[in-house]
Design a protein around this ligand. Structure first.
Ligand code: CTP
Length: 473
């Protein structure tokens, strides 16, 4: 097969000619070749040459112009050239496992076939020759093209060898299956099950990279179910394992929270590209196992699982070496609030309930609504319809509340200093009581969200409030 037509960028010809002048073989290889067939655009292009990749990269950079950026990674035997938004990576063909992040220096040179042998999957092991005489020729020794056509992830060699070269490849298999909607070949999948515990030696950073890619896929549930089935989940993200399973008392079971959770993640993924909202969905019920009780009268209950879940999020992020920054805080906040929209809806959509919800969610209100609506997964269609209807009412009421936008940036209109000055109060609990009372009055719609109205209200109500909240000594 010849792929001349697919190599539109002039840089491919340039690289072929330079390699010719050095009397070397050169190929485009790996993900870029796969993505040509998948119709996906990529700016990262990997080249493999028989000989030194660094030398070839140097010659290419010189040919592309004096200011062409060139970075050399001598320990890894690789070099990168940047050209018009493209990142061109050069590597010499090698006999042992290829992976960009490998800590081990590259020692043994090899042929193209050696190099292809040590790649992760057949669909990633195809190469296209760039030398003038065979320009555009596909070299596909393991039937990568056929595997692409039948949607299969399969290792080129005995999978035990391919996975022992780099155990992260087991997660990559799951990730590609999830991103592309492919099946993992049975023999490859069996090898993953057999070798799953090797994932233990992989750094959290690399695992998290793959988890992120699974999470950003169209249906992340596919990846999490596969990770579970393959026995990788216990190493990749054990926190969600406790959600699995159903307990039954007196013939009454609860829903399987793992499956429910994954359904919610997919619902959210269908509505939003926000990766962190998807993480919030994955963790929204994380405290259900810890709060689960069976009540003779009520059946299964999970009291305060939202609040406990909110508290558990930082610990999970820390343990998994996920970012301890505003993303973590966002996930934690959404987990804490995930039941609020439904309970405001169930309580008949009162204005005070709606105003409190808007204030507490602030800038994350839309995301919270997406999460809470995604959480409706009952198997009873009448119940789903009822819940969605009450959600609709809630959304309409939110639109009607005139100061909704202002409430999203809630700040108490009266401040502590003016209260202390006017009422001759020392700093302390009483100030907080007065400010809280002002907030309540605004939430209840008793007074508008406005300084002067709030101050006037406070002047009238402070004596009674202070009588109930004597100064603490
Ligand atoms: N590769 C490998 N084993 C790994 C990682 C990478 O064999 N553990 C090889 C594969 O041939 C892969 C190529 O290196 O195609 C480039 O790897 P990478 O940039 O990580 O992934 P891509 O396949 O390009 O896919 P994506 O960009 O979606 O991650």
């Amino acid at each position: 097969m010849n792929l001349k037509e697919d190599l539109k960028h002039p840089v491919f010809r340039v690289i072929g000619r330079i390699a010719d002048s050095m009397d070397r073989e050169v190929y485009v290889v790996g993900g870029y070749v796969r993505d040509i067939f998948l119709g996906r655009k990529s700016q990262d292009i990997d080249f493999v040459t028989v000989g030194s990749g660094i030398e070839l990269a140097g010659a290419v950079a010189r040919a592309l112009g004096p200011r062409t950026p060139l970075s050399v990674f001598a320990t890894y035997g690789t070099a990168q050239v940047k050209h018009k938004g493209l990142e061109l990576e050069f590597v010499g063909a090698r006999k042992e496992s290829y992976r960009r992040e490998s800590r081990n220096p590259i020692v043994e040179d090899g042929t193209l076939a050696d190099d292809q042998n040590r790649r992760d999957f057949t669909i990633n092991a195809m190469a296209i020759r760039l030398n003038e005489s065979r320009y555009g020729e596909l070299v596909d020794p393991f039937g990568g093209l056929a595997d692409l056509a039948r949607n299969i992830i399969r290792t080129p060699l005995d999978p035990d060898i391919t996975f022992s070269d780099d155990p992260l490849r087991m997660m990559r298999a799951v990730r590609f299956a999830t991103q592309l909607g492919f099946e993992i070949y049975p023999e490859t999948f069996e090898a993953i099950r057999r070798n799953a515990d090797r994932l233990k030696i992989i750094t959290r950073e690399r695992i998290n990279d793959e988890l992120g890619k699974i999470m950003r896929s169209p249906r992340p549930s596919v990846g999490f179910l596969l990770l579970d089935k393959a026995g990788l989940l216990q190493y990749a993200f054990p926190a969600v394992l406790d959600l699995k399973g159903v307990e039954t008392v007196d013939g009454i079971g609860h829903k399987d929270n793992f499956l429910h959770t994954l359904q919610v993640v997919d619902h959210v993924a269908a509505k939003s590209d926000n990766e962190w909202l998807r993480w919030a969905a994955l963790l929204h019920d994380i405290a259900k196992p810890a709060t689960k009780r069976y009540d003779e009268r009520l059946g299964w209950t999970f009291h305060n699982h939202n609040f406990l879940g909110e508290k558990m999020v930082p610990g999970i992020f820390k343990k998994m070496k996920m970012p301890m920054n505003e993303h973590m805080k966002y996930v934690s906040k959404l987990v804490g609030l995930h039941m609020r929209p439904q309970s405001v809806a169930d309580a008949g959509v009162t204005d005070s309930g709606v105003r409190r919800l808007i204030t507490d969610a602030g800038a994350d209100l839309d995301d919270l609504m997406t999460l809470a609506e995604a959480d409706i997964t009952s198997k009873n269609p009448a119940k789903v319809r009822r819940q969605l209807e009450s959600f609709g009412r809630l959304r309409r009421r939110m639109d009607e509340i005139s100061d909704a936008d202002a409430l999203r940036n809630w700040k108490n209109p009266v401040n502590g200093n003016e209260i202390m000055e006017h009422f001759h109060l020392p700093p302390g609990q009483q100030i907080a009581v007065l400010k809280e009372a002002v907030k309540e009055a605004i939430m209840d719609g008793e007074i508008p969200y406005d300084h002067d109205a709030a101050w006037e209200w406070l002047l009238r109500n402070a004596p009674a409030l202070l009588a109930q909240a004597p100064a603490s000594h």
